[in-house]
Design a protein around this ligand. Sequence first.
Ligand code: BGC
Length: 759
Amino acid sequence: MNPKRLLILSLTVFSLSLALLAFSGQGPGGPGNQAPAVQGPWMDKSLSPDRRAELLVGQMTLDEKISLLHGVGFRQMFASPGSAPPTRSLGGAGFIPGIPRLGIPDLQMADAAVGVTRGARFGRYSTALPSGTSEASSWDLKLAHDYGALIGRELRNQGFNMSLGGGINLTREPRNGRTFEYKGEDPILAGKLVGQEMKALQEQGVIGDVKHYAVNDQESGRSFADVKIDKRAMRESDLLAFEIAVKDSGVGAVMCSYNLVNGDYACENSYLLNEALKRDFGFQGFVVSDWGGTHSTTKAALAGLDMEMPGNTYFGEALAKAVNSGEVPMARLDDMVHRILRTEFAVGLFDLPPDRKVVDVFAGFEVAQRVAEQGTVLLKNAQGQLPLRASSLNSIAVIGSHADVAVISGGGSAQVDPPGGNAVPPPPPPAGAPPRAFFEQVVWHPSSPLKAIRAKAAHAKVKYDAGLDPAAAGELAKASDIAIVFVNQPTSEGRDVPSLSLPGNQDQLVSAVAAANPHTIVVLETGDPVTMPWIDKVSAVLEAWYPGIRGAEAIANILFGDVNPSAKLPVTFPRAEADLPHPKLTQQPPPASEADQVAPFPGAPFRMNTRRFEVEYNEGLKVGYKWYDAENKQPLFAFGYGLSYTNYAYSDLKVVPGSAVTVTFNVKNTGARPGAEIAQVYTTLPASAGEPPKRLVGWEKVQLAPGQVKKITLRLDPHYLSVFNPDNGKWELVEGDYKFRVGGSSRDLPLSQTVRLGG
Ligand code: BGC
């Protein structure tokens, strides 16, 4: 066929496909792109979002107002009959029909913690980014911005205008199955990173959402756990992370969590919602319940919940009744609606509806790989084992963790569909066995470390062993110059890991390989910190977390030195679980009586244990490294720790008090390779403050050529030096001596200076 005819034919096929897509409601112009055709004074872009919302609320009937406060979820169990026409939903986690009469757009929500989820339902591709913990290991606010911008762009391209992402729960309980979605154990680090992510996401015209508010730090019994924690501890730890993220980003939504906090469900907890979030943090957006996390009408509405998702059990007719009877004032109803609409105006949902188009796969690869390279932490490197020199290697053993085909990912609602399906399909369940539960699935992304290593070491024999038999893997290791053992820890929403040990025979596998070859490098693909009984026997360890769709390339680049690792741990790795604040995870007790067992939804094939139990966070504000410092426990790897292929030296610290304390110091690259150092500043507050020994108050990531010195100046936010006074609800700077310490890890702080502040 001549080229001209070929072009015409392809164009015809392309237009036909577009027409079909639009017809089926999946393409440009289809549902989900409902552009507001209505004109009204609220469409005047020169007015403020609040004024526009006010004008619009004034036009709405009671039923219309109520209709914006609940919607449907993608999981049928939550869909209440007649609540919304499902045909307009794009199949994301949530959908709330708009009001065409007033030009109010549909709200199309998708889970998007580490990339847009469930895209494949409509044959659409989204980038599987490395986990939140990987991003957090970069300590890089610019990178966090890129991470959020990519998710925002891909949501927009797929027609979604609201993200359910931005998880920020602190790693208070390191066995939490959702640690991978979050940003580690420090409130300032996590808050700053999520703030940037949400800011970037909203710049794409998509509403951001920070979750799960609050202290939802374990998955076990998450809907029945009553977290006990004092106000000061809560405000200075978990809530501080939310406060920073909300203030830095102006995020449009906050998702309240499943658990109870000090006796009240988080979604009807007036202290959390009305007092802390809306009054003290100045949050102007709306509070949406976690899926199925609404438990009342009047109590929740008066406590500050603005949207029930999904279903309309409490915020449908029941709310209309409560408003009609005066139990919930009309002013509060208007406030709920106002918060939603002002957010839609502020983020651009009215003026800039999603432009559906094919996701730019290569742009996504680029960000995913960069995050994995910046987020992979070098934990051990004895005798300069790494970087590998391809020219001096004749044989390499690659062992374990399906490294021949894939990298692992985190499960649950954050699960991004792998292109082409699960790269390591699970064996079918035995005949008669129930299908695997949503939270039990382990999904692998098609990114092959074996291939990436072969590409780097073209002249070496690179052999793979699945690692099922440690002795056989040891044989291969013995016959090879070096052995690279991949190990994994699957984690997921809905369940915590039973322990911090690597599951299965992986500890034995590493020990067997290390016994056979002194040049053993371990690559960890984990969601949580893990224990390493074999640490003294191996020569190098890389923590790659869940490294995303370009994980293999990133790992190979670090192994072979094309990228110099710069990441630092955002969580402490303990030596043993006995060192944790809670050596044993607090579990929900079995049902006490029949009354504790209910069907979670009508017609459900199982009954749920609804027995409440208390989770006592008596470690209070001693979260993560603060616990190890206060208790004088030596961690396996400390918060803020991470090696590089070069070395850095710190000097010339100068701390100057003022309205914002200024900290100045020099960092020098004393090695032979260019690299990036994450320089960290910690403060010890005066003893009278009653704080743990130190807290992170600032950091900077600095690029340095060999021999180069850079002067770093940080102006510290006074908030980060203050303590929360629960008696008057204010943050206060305690008068006294503050010791500022600077260095490359929370346990390696060569510089220090004490200055007097406050008074
Ligand atoms: C999760 C949320 C998620 C929601 C919708 C819930 O089970 O906790 O994080 O956004 O489902 O999928």
